[in-house]
Design a protein around this ligand. Structure first.
Ligand SMILES: [Zn+2]
Length: 517
């Protein structure tokens, strides 16, 4: 079975002391998506376990610079249930170097894998003992945001930035960036749950955008603080335990049950037997945890699913996978054998059929609780995922160039999950009454081109260096009848087909006006 690999490399930039733009990379470990399966889940955050102590070690650096990194990384601890422990010896989860050009970080727990290979997972390329305080602050906050699993906020699919692309390309090409680098870092707005579900222009994870780079004068300043949005998302991902008032009856009873999550492994796109005894595709969690003072008590792990915006994912048909109110979730019950029990990789499976979302790309999130006798002992915090089903086409539109009798139309779209499949794009025509223009055989007249996407995500016609498909014809070749000819106006739209079936058609018909010579 063929596996597809998605690889992201993002660059970020900051003004250094001298006002020069410096670039930095945010690195990901590739994710796989099996194209032979119709649906799947992406997890872009690679979140640490809630409550983790993350060990950080320096490879070089002056005491002054290191003290700044310690200082500003701690700003995140105020909102995240995470502790950064700076160590001099032993194995680290985040390894910080100062050798490479620019500043960058791996995203989330990928850092640990890289550090375990004794490679730097984070780099600060332009820090010296004379670096301005504000530059220390925003760079360190930003890179540690990546290390906790956050992505660039300007790639938030909810943003409405109207880029002045020629200006942006020109600006960055003067800094030595290739068009591909500009595109993948500034415009990758293709629907992944890469960020907070609400767009936040004040996020520490947002690029600075000068007003000259947008068509409507929109701009984003040099964000240097953790915004409310940053604080919200990080405390959703890593919620702090709620401190409960202990009542007198609880004090008189035996010790209260406690729990601690030790490890979470997630396997997306695996076949397992679900609770309805069907072998089906889903995500399997393997959760390792301690549970104390809960011997023989009815305990459970309960997972709950939500839309990225916080709305509960409801499916009343999700038999055995829904709560009383129909929220999609999964339950695993157990009774600890000992007062101090450790579970190593307890499995909980969530089949994708329970989502019942149809075809498309859906930003979701889920969390799970460890419970004993109806009390939540510990919560995982939210994991943001993107669920994708079927072939996805985003933002189909077109550009037309009319010269003399020639009509040339360039379809503009992003297609996903159609790698190495023959697809077709067609130009369709209707008359001024929006009735199809028919061929002699009474078929809807169209001009078509086949194309085969080479990668999981392929972009057509959006940027100067994208794939291009040109649909062109002579207006005299359109089989119009007399009244259609006399009306002087027809409309066109672009459609995409796969295996002969229309996947999507342009939302609006665009007029073409003509006259007899
Ligand atoms: Zn960045």
């Amino acid at each position: 079975m063929k596996k597809l690999t998605l690889l992201f490399i993002l660059f970020c930039f900051f003004n250094n002391l001298f006002g020069q733009v410096q670039s930095c990379q945010d690195k990901f470990i590739a994710q796989e998506f099996d194209k032979n399966r119709e649906n799947g889940v992406f997890d872009y955050n690679d979140k640490w376990i809630n409550g983790s102590t993350i060990k950080v070690k320096f490879l070089g650096g002056s005491d002054f610079v290191k003290s700044k990194i310690v200082k500003y990384s701690r700003y995140w601890e105020k909102y995240a249930n995470i502790t950064f422990k700076f160590i001099d010896f032993g194995s680290a989860d985040i390894l910080i170097s100062f050798l490479d050009d620019g500043s960058w970080s791996y995203v989330g727990k990928a850092s640990k894998k890289i550090a375990s290979e004794n490679r730097a997972s984070m780099n600060f390329g332009w820090f010296t003992d004379t670096t301005k305080e504000i530059v220390f602050k925003r760079t360190i906050l930003h890179e540690f945001g990546h290390a906790l699993g956050l992505h660039h906020e300007h790639t938030n699919p909810k943003n409405n930035i109207k880029w002045n692309k020629p200006v942006v390309y020109n600006y960055y090409s003067n800094k030595g960036w290739t068009p591909e680098k500009v595109r993948s870092n500034l415009f990758p707005k293709y629907g992944e749950t890469l960020s907070n579900s609400k767009y936040d222009k004040y996020s520490i994870m947002h690029y600075h955008i000068p007003k000259e780079h947008t068509l409507d004068g929109y701009s984003v300043g040099w964000n240097s603080e953790l915004s409310n949005g940053d604080r919200n998302i990080i405390s959703e991902m890593y919620p702090k335990p709620t401190t409960k008032k202990v009542t007198s009856t609880e004090i008189s009873n035996t010790k209260p049950a406690t729990g601690q999550i030790l490890d979470v492994q997630m396997e997306h796109g695996v076949y397992r037997l679900d609770k309805n005894n069907t072998n089906t595709l889903g995500t399997e969690l393997s959760i390792s945890f301690n549970i104390n003072n809960a011997k023989s008590k009815k305990s459970s792990i309960v997972a709950y699913f939500y839309h990225a915006n916080g709305r509960k994912l409801i499916n009343n048909e999700a038999i055995n996978y829904r709560t009383d109110i129909g929220q999609v979730g999964a339950l695993k019950e157990f009774s600890p054998t000992y007062e101090e029990s450790t579970y190593d990789g307890l499995k909980i499976f969530i089949p994708y059929w329970t989502f019942d979302l149809g075809n498309g790309e859906f930003p979701l999130k889920f969390m799970f609780n460890l419970r004993s006798e109806d009390k939540t002992l510990v919560t995982s915090g939210y994991y943001q995922i993107t669920y994708l089903k079927g072939k996805i086409v985003n933002e189909l539109k077109s550009n037309a160039i009319m010269t003399g009798v020639n009509i040339g139309v360039l379809p503009i779209f992003v297609i996903k999950n159609a790698e190495e499949e023959e697809c077709t794009t067609c130009l369709l025509f209707v008359n001024s009454k929006y009735q199809p223009i028919l061929t002699q055989e009474n078929q809807h007249f169209k001009i078509c081109q086949n194309f085969t996407p080479k990668n999981f995500t392929e972009i057509y016609g959006v940027h100067p260096d994208d794939n291009k498909i040109s649909l062109s014809l002579d207006i005299n070749d359109i089989p119009m009848n007399k009244s259609e000819l006399n009306s002087g106006k027809i409309y066109y739209a672009v459609a995409l087909y796969s295996e002969g079936t229309e996947i999507i058609r342009e939302a609006t018909w665009t007029p073409i006006e003509f006259q007899f010579e």
